[in-house]
Design a protein around this ligand. Structure first.
Ligand SMILES: [Zn+2]
Length: 296
């Protein structure tokens, strides 16, 4: 196995790793660089390898810094197969469509062609093949792929590649437990090589129970004052967590749920994907919603 890093090394965006095994070229993620003007320019640069010669792409999860250069990869000649879980496939389309609109506006402003178009996304989506957690498939003779739950966002997967007696584990982004919506990342007990993200590795996160309490206090104060509360939030995972936290808080405290508006077409579409794939949610959430369905 030969492993080359073309993004998210000494930085935290642009995830893109090339694995060469038994004569096959396999890409792990193909994200955009984010953060400043220089980073954006790097997205337009030619790939350091020949997209035509790549056999497979494996996508760990749908965030743009892991998927945003996939349409360019296809535009530049990639014709192989792309493996991801079913929710990752659907969320990738939503995230890219949203980003294509912004890319078009930005291109007009800067007088250059956009990084990709809606048409490029359609071409890309035809190459996807969905596999589930714990399912193992031979993507080529002597290369076996298995996905395990990464607990980061809906459908996020740890990639395990077995080839020639070696096992490569790529975490993509890992979840921060405990999460109400997802099961925690799965433990992988053996590996020859591990490629692991470390974005928040040096940071201590706030206790999530404290977070819910803070939110409850702010909602209570706002309702008491007949006010309006605006909460800016990411469209994937954070919005759905927030909706769940508000619901949970009102159920526990037997209080009337305040009227709330989800003012984001992307977040609404993403929430529909959550509803479509309950098998990717935590057992706890599935039980709560089953009970609600039964009592409805
Ligand atoms: Zn991510």
């Amino acid at each position: 196995m030969r492993i080359s890093f073309y993004g998210a090394a000494r930085e935290v965006t642009g995830s893109n790793i090339l694995v060469e095994a038994t004569g096959k070229q396999i890409l792990l993620d193909c994200g955009i660089f984010q953060g400043n003007k220089f980073a954006e320019e790097r997205n337009f640069a030619p790939f350091a390898y020949h997209p035509k010669e790549i056999d497979f792409v494996i996508v760990g999860h749908a965030h743009l810094d892991h998927t945003g250069r996939l349409p360019k990869l296809v535009k530049d000649g990639f014709k192989g197969r792309i493996y991801a879980t079913a929710p990752t496939k659907e969320l990738t389309r939503l995230v890219l469509e949203d980003s294509a609109k912004l890319a078009r506006e930005e291109a007009r402003r800067n007088n250059h062609p956009p990084l990709f178009s809606e048409n490029d996304i359609d071409n890309l989506m035809e190459l996807f093949e969905s596999i589930s957690y714990d399912e193992s498939i031979e993507i080529s003779p002597q290369v076996k792929l298995t996905f395990k739950n990464a607990g980061h966002i809906l459908g996020s997967a740890i990639t395990i590649l077995d080839s020639g007696g070696k096992r490569l584990v790529y975490t993509s982004d890992l979840g921060n437990k405990p999460s109400e919506l997802l099961e925690p990342p799965e433990l992988i007990l053996n590996a020859s090589y591990v490629i692991c993200e470390s974005t928040y590795g040096g940071r201590t996160h706030e206790d999530p129970s404290r977070r819910e309490q803070k939110l409850a206090e702010i909602i209570n104060t706002t309702v008491f004052q007949n006010g309006v509360l605006l909460i800016p939030t990411f469209a994937i995972e954070r919005t759905q967590e927030l909706l769940h936290d508000i619901e949970h808080f009102c159920t526990i405290n037997k209080c009337e749920k305040p009227t709330f508006y989800l003012d984001s077409p992307l977040a609404q579409k993403v929430t529909e994907v959550f509803e479509k794939y309950p098998e990717y949610l935590s057992g706890k959430i599935r039980r709560v919603h089953k009970d609600e369905d039964l009592s409805a």
